[in-house]
Design a protein around this ligand. Sequence first.
Ligand code: ADE
Length: 216
Amino acid sequence: MRIDILTLFPEMFEGFINCSIIKRAIDKKCVDIRVHNIRDYSPYKNKQVDDYSYGGGAGMVLMCEPVFRAVDAVRDEDAIVIMTTPSGKTFKESVALELSSKKHLIILCGHYEGFDERIKSIVDMEISIGDYVLTGGEIPAMAISDAVVRLIPGVINKDSLVDESFNDGLLDYPVYTKPSIFRGMKVPEVLLSGHHENIRKYRESERVKLTNLKKE
Ligand code: ADE
């Protein structure tokens, strides 16, 4: 898979693509992540990318021309163009799974007051990562890419994906490691028993309990 990220702050992605599982996925050639500065595509004086809103209002609006040019420069026939916006559809594991089978994603990060509405004409999906407003679309772009990349075959051991939260609508069960007693807090006896069937049942019931407790 290839992911092109279009942003005004490419430096924010340095840590993201150079650490941990994402870096490993890139090194293993499971994904090719390219970060582009929208400003480089501005034809205007001083590489202008935003301007005041017609009709007035606070904040600057991302202009069509630099964004259209940036998308045109990276787009191919397989590409799905995603816009990050708090007014988009809420991102879920099911969407991450759907996107993980695509060949090419282009993620457009918003900033300031938002995008010129006409930019939506070149966008396939508008995604929000939750009902709160961030200062820009960079963190949402990282959240989306991270959730998608870990589902690409070969990135994470398949067994790790089987029992985890959301893949069957249930949250993950709690896990413990050594020591078996820490500051008076004990690991549940059943996990120390070595009885696989009891452990399986205990974990299953914990998943149901946790899900009922945490989900609306
Ligand atoms: N941009 C600002 N806030 C956002 C959010 N919650 N989701 C996606 N993009 C955003």
